[in-house]
Design a protein around this ligand. Structure first.
Ligand SMILES: NC(=O)c1ccc[n+]([C@@H]2O[C@H](COP(=O)([O-])OP(=O)(O)OC[C@H]3O[C@@H](n4cnc5c(N)ncnc54)[C@H](OP(=O)(O)O)[C@@H]3O)[C@@H](O)[C@H]2O)c1
Length: 367
């Protein structure tokens, strides 16, 4: 059912062969983003004589893995073919049988793997099993792109907590909200549409009690075709947020102080996490299988996470507007210029009238 028939010409022809097919495998894997946790998003392409004969991706935990769908699509065409897979094939019995067995039985001649499994107990075993069966295995093709795509899965396995993305939109004079109540959107349509795709592909979306109270955000992917709504997480130490707020839905989590009174939230089927610190909150969110968390503000919450060095990635929209008096996006302790935190792998993109700046603060969790 999930075997896809995307035409192979989607791949940029100019790339060397292995990278070209792995690009397609990564595109396929992206279709599972936000849906596979605690499993990783994985894509697979079976190539016979420079033609894709089987395509697959892992749609969600409990469903077959990408390799199985791709091999099903390829049928007898897999014999002597090359399999491109974005993560090392599993070699253990989980909820589904080992993919290494399926690949060996299919008769593929060569397997190209983007990245090894980050689980120390698994890493390398899948590749070894394939080599032991006489299959030629290449590892590391588009590894950086693959590990970026699998960053939530890797964070959960290696650090036991979600990958944290801080997002906000500010004016050219550095304000995220006007000084009075009744905030309109800071950024334009294209920027907001992009943010919807993040809500669709990350496991959970978080706001602080201040934002819940002032904006009552729905935190949905409304308007995004095929979008799914992430779990919502509200940070509210006193547990005094309104239960009528639009952010609450099945699967929502309240992060609150250890001694807060939470009976009403529990009665409303909201999962309660009790944490003294943002670090403890993240560990407990990891135990709830939240592998990636989009912090949507506001300044109080973002500053607390940045101050504790718990933000892995930053995505900021800058709108060409001057607001004057208003709320700053962050309240961080003063630093000298040479002490400023610098983002790595910075990207800058124009979205309608707005500019999107992204970059990394944390390291991609690897072995
Ligand atoms: N432009 C944008 O991108 C954007 C995005 C979001 C919000 N905003 C604006 O931001 C404003 C609200 O900002 P805000 O700073 O008042 O609200 P906030 O950051 O949403 O919430 C701050 C509150 O979160 C609670 N909290 C729970 N755990 C916390 C922790 N570990 N560290 C810090 N705070 C924690 C605290 O209240 P307790 O002590 O009661 O728990 C704190 O007062 C609104 O005007 C909104 O429009 C703008």
């Amino acid at each position: 059912m999930y075997t896809v028939n995307a035409p192979p010409e989607r791949v940029a022809a100019a790339l060397p062969t292995d990278e070209r097919w792995m690009t397609l495998a990564l595109d396929l894997a992206a279709r599972g983003l936000g849906r596979t946790t605690p499993n990783p998003p994985v894509g697979c392409v079976i190539v016979q004589e420079d033609e894709a004969v089987g395509l697959g991706f892992h749609p969600r935990a409990g469903e077959p893995h990408a390799e199985v769908f791709a091999l099903r699509g390829a049928g007898a065409g897999a014999h002597g073919a090359t399999a491109y897979v974005t993560l090392e094939p599993c070699h253990h019995h989980g909820r589904t049988p080992p993919c290494t067995d399926a690949l060996i039985t299919s008769g593929v001649r060569r397997v190209v793997v983007a990245a090894l499994d980050p689980n120390p107990r698994v890493a390398g075993c899948g590749v070894q099993a394939l080599r032991d069966a006489g299959i030629d295995v290449t590892v590391g093709v588009l590894e950086i792109q693959a590990t970026r795509q699998q960053v939530g899965f890797r964070s959960l396995i290696v650090r036991g907590r979600p990958w944290v993305v801080a997002k906000y939109a500010m004016t050219l004079d550095g304000k995220v909200a006007a000084h009075d109540e009744g905030n309109g959107a800071v950024s334009g349509e294209a920027a907001r549409a992009r943010a919807m795709t993040w809500r669709d592909t990350l496991d959970a979306v978080a706001v602080g009690s201040g934002t819940l109270h002032s904006d009552d955000p729905a935190l949905t992917t409304r308007g995004l075709s095929g979008g799914r709504d992430a779990r919502t997480v509200v940070f509210d130490r006193r547990a005094q947020s309104s239960l009528q707020a639009r952010a609450w839905r099945p699967g929502s989590v309240l992060v609150t102080a250890p001694d807060a009174a939470t009976l009403a939230f529990e009665a409303a089927s909201i999962t309660v996490v009790r944490a003294e610190t943002p670090q403890s909150a993240l560990t407990q969110l990891g135990r709830l299988d939240i592998s990636s968390l989009l912090l949507e503000g506001g300044p109080g919450l973002l500053s607390a996470f940045l101050d504790a060095s718990l933000v892995d990635e930053v995505r900021v929209f800058i709108a060409p507007k001057l607001l004057g008096r208003g709320l700053s996006p962050l309240t961080l302790p003063a630093r000298r210029m040479h002490e400023a935190q610098e983002l790595r792998d910075v990207t800058v993109e124009t979205l309608g009238p707005d500019v999107l700046v992204t970059g990394l603060l944390g390291d991609i969790p690897c072995l």
